[in-house]
Ligand binder design. Structure first.
Ligand code: ASP
Ligand code: MG
Length: 417
């Protein structure tokens, strides 16, 4: 992204998720929030997701018509969702007495590569956005989509990529970035599982990346990656209240808590490959095939004994089919291997930048889960995350036990590790 021009007035990019615009009342509410910001004297760019579950509905419709929808046409179809919501919000803004204009991704100058359904943003040329802002208008940009100059076609950026549009616009415009949704921020655990979970005031980019990768759904992983790369602080907050949410930003130099959050996801499938030839290039061949199928692999473990290796990795359930075909393809080059699949697994993770300097957290985590009688299927770690794969019916219990042990039950009683 190019360096931001120096705007006269402060600019804010306000992103609203699908549940924030699920019906006409909510659309009018979002319009009011945009107008309030404009009336405070800032330049306002709104980027709006498709209404409610529209994207899911369109995908379902496509699959009813065609078992493998043609990717270019799928993008033509899916990109309409955000176009609808932006146009409706713009109408509601007009009714409140402010000027507004809605743009598709291509009108907004969001240029991508030409990979349909998973395009990457290459550059934003915000000519029309800037013209409209200069004219005092509130600008609505359809999220999750762009345009490829190579093919002259409309692309979409992948599920949940409305957040990515917001961060990319903020980086380009030198704007603040606010991501509004039906949750009021990032919590120390899912409040539906841990009622005493706390809203976190600030989270580092690094922690947020680990949290997004391990099940926290507040912000999309790619958006956090982009925000870190361009140092765009994100304020994740609620559409339906004025309260402050969570700041995701660079917190270097600040005292970091040892453990910030417990995250989880259900519906993981563990693939174990047995009898993998223990020679250079086999793991590369396997994961090249898996990457080509755009499968998001999180946890990989390999162990070699007596000339053969055993390789395990977990994938979200929705990627199982793609993983199977990728493995079939890999076997064409590395030869036949034995493949086992274990379903009904879930992941629980402890996240905390402070654990880097505190050894012993892993042992404490395993002890806590052992005391609950929970068996660990796979363990993996990063400097600021420890993840365990457990049975999916044990996930909620594991999250509660870990939250109690490391973060306490009450907002004010944080036990020492
Ligand atoms: N509408 C798209 C989706 O549901 C993008 C987004 O909401 O962020 O995946
Ligand atoms: Mg959505």
């Amino acid at each position: 992204m190019e360096a931001a021009p120096e705007p006269a007035l402060e600019t804010v990019v306000m992103k609203f998720g699908g549940s924030s615009v699920a019906d006409p009342d909510k659309i009018r509410h979002v319009a009011r929030r945009l107008v309030e910001a404009r009336e405070r004297g800032v330049r306002v760019v709104g980027t709006i997701s498709a209404m409610g579950k529209t994207t899911d509905t369109l995908l379902e419709l496509a699959s009813q018509v065609s078992p493998h929808p043609y990717p270019r046409e799928l993008d033509m179809l899916l990109s309409t969702g955000e176009r609808v919501s932006c146009a409706l919000v713009a109408m509601a803004v007009h009714d409140l007495g402010q000027e507004a204009v809605s743009f598709t991704g291509s009108q907004a100058g969001i240029l991508t590569d030409s990979v349909h359904t998973r395009a990457k943003i290459r550059q934003i040329t915000p000519v029309r956005i800037l013209e409209a802002l200069d004219a005092g208008k509130i600008v609505l940009v359809a999220g999750f989509q762009g345009f490829s100059r190579d093919t002259m076609d409309i692309t979409t950026l992948g599920r949940g990529a409305g957040d990515l549009t917001a961060v990319a616009l903020a980086a380009t415009l030198g704007a603040a970035c606010e991501v509004y949704s039906d949750v009021s921020g990032v919590f120390s655990a899912d409040p539906r599982i841990v009622p005493g979970a706390r809203k976190l005031e600030t989270v580092s980019y690094e922690e947020m990346l680990e949290m997004a990768a391990s099940g926290a759904r507040v912000l999309a992983l790619r958006a956090v990656e982009l925000a870190r790369g361009h140092d765009v602080p994100i304020h994740a907050r609620s559409t339906f209240s004025e309260e402050h949410g969570t700041w995701v930003q660079d917190v270097a130099g600040m005292e970091e808590p040892i453990i910030s959050a417990v995250t989880h996801s259900e519906d993981e499938v563990l693939f174990t490959l047995l009898g993998v030839p223990d020679v250079p290039g086999t793991a590369a061949a396997i994961f090249e095939a898996v990457a080509e199928a755009h499968v998001s692999v999180d946890t990989i473990l390999q162990n070699a004994v007596h000339g053969a290796a055993e390789l395990s990795f977990s994938v979200p359930r929705e990627d199982v089919e793609a993983t199977r075909s990728a493995l079939a393809k890999a076997q064409e080059s590395i030869g036949a291997i034995e493949i086992e699949e274990v379903e009904d697994l879930g992941k629980v993770s402890l996240i905390g930048a402070g654990m880097r300097s505190h050894p012993g957290v892993a042992a404490e985590m395993f002890r806590t889960l052992a005391d609950e009688g929970i068996n660990l299927r796979l363990i993996s770690t990063s400097p600021i995350k420890i993840t365990c794969l457990v049975g999916s019916d044990e996930v909620a219990r594991a999250v509660r036990a870990l939250h109690t042990r490391f973060l306490g039950n009450e907002a004010d009683s944080v036990p020492q590790v």
